[in-house]
Design a protein around this ligand. Structure first.
Ligand code: OSB
Ligand code: MG
Length: 377
């Protein structure tokens, strides 16, 4: 750490981005993406963090309104008062407060980005990426008709996506999966229920075994870890957990209980990219395949995810898609799909920055929180 390197302040910005089309999951329909962006400014560099909390407490308890308050009232003051510029010290400094992992992760991401931009190292290098590009996968929402779904999936396959994930819920599962298999044959196909089923649905879900899916993601409730273990015994389709895995320890527990044989890793869900790396390591140690999930990120989080997806244990294609999957215009240079892959950025830190004009156009509110003047003088 450079001697005398201090934090000058952190900007908190709320942005609202229009989506190219409504994104429907078992927990609701999204037409815009609300994002909290953090810009951490130190003496040596500035770094960007993206909070993946949703607009409402539907995927997780944490959501934008609560995350904004928590960041402003607790987390940012703690980081500024201690002038933390070392990313490894962010999580320990915030550990006394429970939950709010997405907010904590966003703050760590901003400090990590600032540090890496100062040292010239990329996210990929810092996390231990072993690939220059990663296979692109896409998450496809629930639609009004199966015909519409078939057309949409066909479009993604034409773009080069190597793996298709279908969102499912009771009433939208067997038929859409059957029709996609019939239409497109032996593509890499998986489903995500976002906790929409109960163990009582086990016999129904077993009918999915006929479709040779890569996995079924989070069929049961976030806290239903033992029920997932029971379901996993009854299904041939591998069970993958998303919502339930909130830390490396939770991953170790779920694996030991037999609740999953595959893990979806999202940095925000586990409190940051450093913990995401530890989740990866725990899974690799257990021989459990992992893949990189997505949270409809802007080009900032999307670039960090491409780096995370390039770790050695990421043996399944992730929800790593082009900016165009969700956005007509991204905040950064668009992340693109080329030859079925997304490139891992090589520049310092995230390797991308927001376009100032585009950022202003989508900004709802912004606040500069300066470091304590007494400390800064
Ligand atoms: O469960 O993986 C999920 C989006 C928002 C919240 C939860 C999930 C998702 C996705 C989209 O499936 C993943 C992406 O960003 O491509
Ligand atoms: Mg999921």
């Amino acid at each position: 750490m450079a001697e005398g390197n201090r934090l000058r302040g952190i900007e908190v910005r709320q942005v609202r981005m229009p989506l190219v089309s409504p994104f429907r999951t078992s927990f609701g329909t999204q037409t815009t993406k609300d994002v909290i962006l953090l810009r951490a400014v130190s003496d040596e560099a500035e770094g960007w963090g993206e909070c993946v909390a949703g607009s409402d407490p539907l995927y997780a308890p944490e959501y934008v309104g609560a995350a904004l308050l928590t960041l402003r009232d607790y987390f940012i003051p703690a980081i500024l008062d201690q002038s933390i510029v070392d990313p490894a010290l962010v999580a320990p400094a915030l550990d006394l407060w429970k939950g709010y992992r997405m907010s904590k992760g966003a703050l760590e991401m901003a400090i990590l980005d600032a540090r890496l931009r100062a040292t010239g190292q990329s996210f990929g290098e810092a996390l231990g990426a072993v690939h220059a590009r990663v296979p692109a996968g896409v998450s496809v929402g629930i639609m009004n008709t199966v015909d519409e779904l078939v057309e949409t999936v066909g479009g993604y396959l034409d773009e080069g996506y190597q793996r298709i994930k279908l969102k499912i819920e009771p009433g939208w599962d067997l038929e859409p999966v059957r029709r996609i298999r019939d239409a497109f044959g032996a593509i890499q196909l998986q489903v995500d229920a976002n906790a929409a089923y109960t163990l009582g649905d086990a016999n129904h879900l077993r009918k999915l075994d006929a479709f040779d899916l890569l996995l079924i993601e989070q069929p049961l409730g976030d806290e239903d870890v033992l029920a997932h273990a029971e379901l996993a015994r009854r299904l041939e389709t591998p069970v993958c957990l998303d919502e339930s895995i909130t830390s490396a320890r939770a991953a170790a527990d779920a694996i030991s209980l037999g609740a999953c044989s595959i893990v979806n890793i999202k940095a925000g869900r586990v409190g940051g990219y450093l913990e995401a790396r530890r989740v990866h390591d725990v899974c690799v140690a257990h021989g459990v395949p992992v893949w990189c999930g997505g949270m409809v990120e802007t080009g900032l989080g999307r670039s960090a995810n491409a780096a995370l997806a390039a770790l050695p244990g990421m043996t399944l294609p992730g929800d790593v898609s082009a900016s165009s999957r969700f956005y007509t215009e991204d905040l950064t240079e668009p992340v693109v799909i080329e030859d079925g892959h997304v490139a891992v950025p090589t520049g310092p830190g995230l390797g991308v920055v927001p376009d100032a004009g585009r950022l202003d156009a989508v900004t709802v509110s912004s606040e500069w929180i300066p470091a304590n003047r007494r400390l800064a003088s």
